[in-house]
Ligand binder design. Structure first.
Ligand code: NAP
Length: 286
């Protein structure tokens, strides 16, 4: 029941109307009897500073952001978690001692989704195609979890971001990060990988018929192939990987776990899984 002491958490995004987050978090608050409410606000980058100040004035407990606000919010925060600073974007902000602290839970969400399939990244060779917002979160989190990471990218803005990341990382981490231009031959990197991750939009929307891997013979049954895309659930890449006998994973559980990590940062409690996420999907299907 919303009352006079209910704490506010919000999503600051544009558009915000399609988000699953309000349903997911409100169901979890209700299930655990927590006195919070989660609302979605349509906020573009030009309105973001006023919105962040407004959230503070209203005594909100925190908020989520989606692109491009994940980067635009950085100047308005009091501090940024070191991993989020390396990633270069935050998706979750928490009010701690009256200071806005920014976190990025996407990478942890990805790791948790692998762990529940029994896949650990420590000491494994991971190839990540793409290094935009989600790709950078996966790259930094996997490096910190002890993986050897090769990033495949076309030359452009996001490739420069990985170059800057490599310069900023401590030597131990930087030594485990390699960057390859997809214009060159990346066959060897894919063939020797344990885990392949698609962090590009190839496989959704206007690219629905495309896959970041074109030749099926690069896929081996020992590989785990992950696509961060969650709609469609079975992208061209995942179809190819299934046919090659690989273990496959789409982005759906990453989406759940990045929300669960944010929930934990705000409330100190684990987001209940059963019934909450399934309930949201059932509602969407109805
Ligand atoms: P983004 O910031 O736009 O980054 C996209 C990356 O893909 C960039 O490295 C970009 O390179 C590259 N790219 C874009 N178009 C390409 C093309 N036609 N061919 C080759 N490379 C291309 O996007 P994002 O937010 O990181 O999202 C990436 C994917 O992850 C999306 O499919 C999104 O749906 C998914 N995602 C999933 C979750 C989840 O929880 N499961 C969360 C966030 C995102 P350039 O810089 O050169 O353009």
């Amino acid at each position: 029941m919303i009352g006079a002491k209910t704490k506010l958490i919000g999503l600051l995004a544009s558009p915000s109307g399609h988000s699953r987050s309000p349903m997911l978090h409100n169901r979890a608050f209700e299930r655990l009897g927590l006195d919070y409410v989660y609302l979605a606000f349509d906020v573009n980058p030009q309105q973001l500073q006023a919105a962040v100040e407004g959230m503070r004035a209203l005594g909100a407990a925190g908020f989520n952001l989606s692109m491009p606000n994940k980067i635009a919010v950085l100047p308005y925060l009091d501090d940024i978690d070191p991993k989020a600073a390396l990633i270069g974007s935050v998706n979750t902000v928490v009010l701690e001692k009256n200071r806005w602290i920014g976190y990025n839970t996407d990478g942890e969400g990805f790791l948790k989704s692998l762990e529940e399939q029994g896949v650990r990244v420590q000491g494994r060779k991971i190839v990540v195609a793409g290094s935009g917002g989600a790709g950078m979160a996966v790259i930094v989190t996997c490096l910190y979890a002890g993986a050897q990471v090769t990033v495949l990218n076309r030359s452009g803005k996001s490739m420069d971001a990985v170059r800057r990341l490599k310069e900023r990382l401590e030597a131990g981490y930087a030594g485990r990060l390699e960057l390859l231009d997809t214009e060159r031959n990346c066959t060897e990197a894919v063939l020797s990988s344990d885990i392949y991750v698609n962090a590009t939009p190839l496989g959704m929307g206007e690219y629905i018929e495309q896959s970041p891997i074109r030749e099926s013979n690069l896929l081996r049954p020992q590989m785990t192939v992950c696509d961060l895309i969650y709609e469609p659930k079975r992208t061209k890449l995942l179809q190819m990987a299934e046919e090659a006998g690989c273990r496959t994973l789409n982005g759906e559980r990453m989406l759940f776990y990045q929300a669960a990590e944010a929930f934990f940062l705000w409330t100190g409690q684990r987001m209940p899984d059963e019934g909450v996420y399934e309930g949201v999907k059932e509602y969407e299907r109805s």
